[in-house]
Design a protein around this ligand. Structure first.
Ligand code: IMP
Ligand code: MG
Length: 176
C-alpha cells in the first residue's frame, strides 16, 4: 500500500510564528551568554535554519547524526552516533534542536550522552511533539507545537526519505 498526503496540519505561517516565539524565548533565556545550537540530522535541518534567524544571542552551530538501534520498527533507545560534532562542547551552553519528539528515546539518550562531555548547560528544543506516544519521561525545555498521534511529513520530516522539502507540515496516510 502506498502513502499519500492527506491534509495540511500546520501551515507555513503557523510554523513561522512558532519559530519566532521559540527564538525570542531562547534570546531572553540566554541573554549575556553564547550558545551552540546542535541540529540533529537530517530532520532538523530546516527548523534549525529558521530558528537560528530568530535568535539574537551569539551563536555557533553544529550538527550530529544519529541512528537508533532496534529490531524492525521498535526503537531500543540506544542511539549510535553516525556523525559526531565538530565542536568541543565542554563548558559551553548547548541547545539540541530536533524535528519531533515521539517516544522520547532519541532525545533522552542524546541528553545523557552529551552531558558526559560536560557542557555548561544543556537544553532540548523540538519543533513538534507527540505527547501521546511518549515511552520515557523527558524534559524538553523548548517545544514548538504539540500534535496528535499522526504521522507527519514536510518541513524537514520524511517518510522513506521523501517529503522533507514540503514547506507545510502534512499528515501522511494510506492510499485507499
Ligand atoms: P523518538 O526517539 O521516538 O522520539 O524518535 C523521534 C524521531 O522519529 C524523530 O527525530 C523523527 O526522525 C522520527 N519521527 C517520529 N515521528 C515522526 C513523524 O510523524 N514523521 C516523521 N518522522 C517521525
Ligand atoms: Mg529525527
Amino acid at each position: 500500500m502506498s502513502k499519500t498526503i492527506k491534509r495540511v496540519l500546520i501551515s507555513r505561517a503557523e510554523i513561522d510564528q512558532m519559530c519566532r516565539r521559540l527564538g525570542e524565548q531562547i534570546t531572553h533565556d540566554y541573554a549575556g551568554k553564547e550558545i551552540i545550537l546542535i541540529g540533529v540530522l537530517k530532520g532538523a535541518f530546516i527548523f534549525m535554519s529558521d530558528l537560528a534567524r530568530y535568535i539574537g544571542v551569539p551563536c555557533r552551530i553544529d550538527f550530529m547524526s544519529v541512528s537508533s538501534y532496534g529490531s524492525g520498527t521498535r526503537t531500543s533507545g540506544v542511539v549510535r552516533i553516525t556523525k559526531d560534532l565538530d565542536t568541543d562542547i565542554t563548558g559551553k551552553h548547548i541547545i539540541v534542536v530536533e524535528d519531533i519528539v515521539d517516544t522520547g528515546l532519541t532525545l533522552k539518550h542524546l541528553r545523557e550522552l552529551l552531558s558526559t562531555r560536560n557542557p555548561a548547560s544543556i537544553a532540548l528544543c523540538t519543533a513538534f511533539d507527540k505527547p501521546d506516544r511518549r515511552k520515557v519521561e523527558i524534559m524538553v525545555e523548548y517545544t514548538g507545537l504539540q500534535i496528535p498521534d499522526e504521522f507527519i511529513v514536510g518541513y524537514g520530516l520524511d517518510f522513506d526519505g521523501k517529503y522533507r522539502n514540503l514547506p507545510d507540515v502534512s499528515v501522511l496516510g494510506d492510499d485507499n
